[in-house]
Design a protein around this ligand. Structure first.
Ligand SMILES: Cc1cc2nc3c(=O)[nH]c(=O)nc-3n(C[C@H](O)[C@H](O)[C@H](O)COP(=O)(O)OP(=O)(O)OC[C@H]3O[C@@H](n4cnc5c(N)ncnc54)[C@H](O)[C@@H]3O)c2cc1C
Ligand code: FES
Length: 348
């Protein structure tokens, strides 16, 4: 099917396969269509269709539909497939990312190496059929036959041309995908993969200091960013600060890995674990003093400790939406960072 359309600044036409989401078809063909979550919650990918009967909404209950005016033919590109040739209008400018966007594509892979990190955080790998290129900070949409709809997950690793994607997932109460993962016997499951996606990417050539604020499994993309930074020797000349928020020490993970990043660049790289519900007694800190510990909500701890250090800085935020919204407010109001220096993924 042909999808013809216009945005505020461009005209386009692309092919959409049977059953393919219109957003994914457009991105696959190289267009910079607007999106954030790619999974039906944020409403960023809304567009208008001239003939509603030419598309099918694959998830009519999607929370992102709350942002639409249905009577005007508005729909979510990430949840709609084309049934026939169609004509759409995108009420946004085509967004250009901070760097050249790597083309998104569909592939398949097999889930394996599943291991429990904490009582409610699980890690797993997906061995992909084809090599995948992605930037540190990006995510993919995974779909498995056992769960309806795709889920967005950020990669922990970053190597170009890899055939192994690594993920960490936090259990959501009554969450369908996370319940399935924690239910066991998922090793060997075939998954559909669409990606890479996401514009909250680390581009070493920007040469900025980095501030990373993560809540829970939001640390996944930060691991990717710090690993890439360390491999590039980025922190020889640039500062990096990661604030990783969890409730208590028993919820923390990746501490050894974070400690080894700091040990490689002790002068410029700092990692603070912010515990919202607990204090760590002096002397009880793990990792021999390489990591700092603080008590409080992660965005408030970051705001207190970063005061006066916002020069020439890009901020990366990921995790629960209230945490990300709180951090964005602080960075705009207190740090006076321009909006385009704040990159985020809300795990909605
Ligand atoms: C950019 C991004 C990156 C993310 N990265 C991570 C990560 O690295 N680690 C992590 O733990 N979480 C991450 N998340 C959150 C993750 O995508 C899931 O929302 C979370 O794991 C809960 O999924 P669930 O199935 O357990 O919960 P559910 O409540 O069952 O589903 C949650 C989400 O799944 C989608 N969904 C549900 N039902 C349907 C359906 N019928 N059709 C289509 N879509 C449906 C919707 O987006 C919904 O909000 C990320 C989210 C985003 C947007
Ligand atoms: S990108 Fe489609 S609803 Fe978020």
């Amino acid at each position: 099917m042909k999808v013809r359309g216009r945005s505020r600044d461009d005209k386009f036409v692309f092919e959409c396969e049977d059953g393919e989401r219109i957003l994914f078809a457009g991105l696959r063909s190289g267009l910079s269509l607007p999106y954030e979550c790619a999974t039906g919650t944020c409403g960023t990918c809304k567009a208008r269709v001239r003939e509603p009967a030419t598309i099918k909404d694959m998830w009519p209950e999607a929370p992102g539909n709350a942002y639409l005016k249905r009577e005007r033919g508005e729909f979510l590109m990430c949840q709609a497939c084309a049934l026939a040739d169609c004509e759409i209008a995108v009420p946004a400018k085509m967004e250009a990312g901070p760097t050249r966007e790597l083309p998104a594509k569909s592939t398949r892979g097999k889930i394996g190496n599943v291991r429990l990190f904490t009582h409610d955080v699980i890690a797993f790998d997906v061995a992909t059929d084809d090599p995948i290129d992605f930037d540190a900070g990006q995510f993919v949409v995974l779909t498995v036959p056992e769960v309806e709809g795709g889920r967005a997950y950020s990669m922990v690793n970053f190597e170009r041309g890899t055939r192994c994607l690594q993920f960490v997932v936090k259990k959501k109460p009554d969450g369908k995908f996370s319940d399935w993962l924690f239910g066991g016997n998922v090793d060997g499951t075939e998954a559909e993969i669409y990606g890479p996606l996401g514009r909250a990417v680390f581009a070493p050539e920007e040469q900025k200091n980095l501030l990373c604020i993560a809540g829970g499994s939001g640390v996944a993309g930060m691991m990717s960013i710090l690993a890439r930074g360390c491999q590039e020797g980025y922190f020889e000349t640039r500062k990096g600060n990661l604030f990783f928020g969890v409730r208590t020490m028993k919820d923390a993970f990746f501490l050894e890995e974070l400690s080894s990043f700091v040990s490689a660049y002790p002068d410029n790289l700092n990692v603070t674990i912010a515990l919202s519900d607990e204090e760590v007694a002096p002397g009880d800190e793990p990792c021999g003093g390489t990591l700092d510990f603080a008590t409080g909500f992660v965005h408030l701890v970051a705001s207190e400790r970063m005061a006066g250090q916002y020069d020439n800085l890009i901020a990366f935020l990921a995790g629960p939406p209230p945490m990300v919204d709180g951090a964005i407010r602080t960075l705009i109001v207190e740090a006076r960072l321009p909006a385009d220096h704040i990159r985020y993924d809300k795990f909605s």
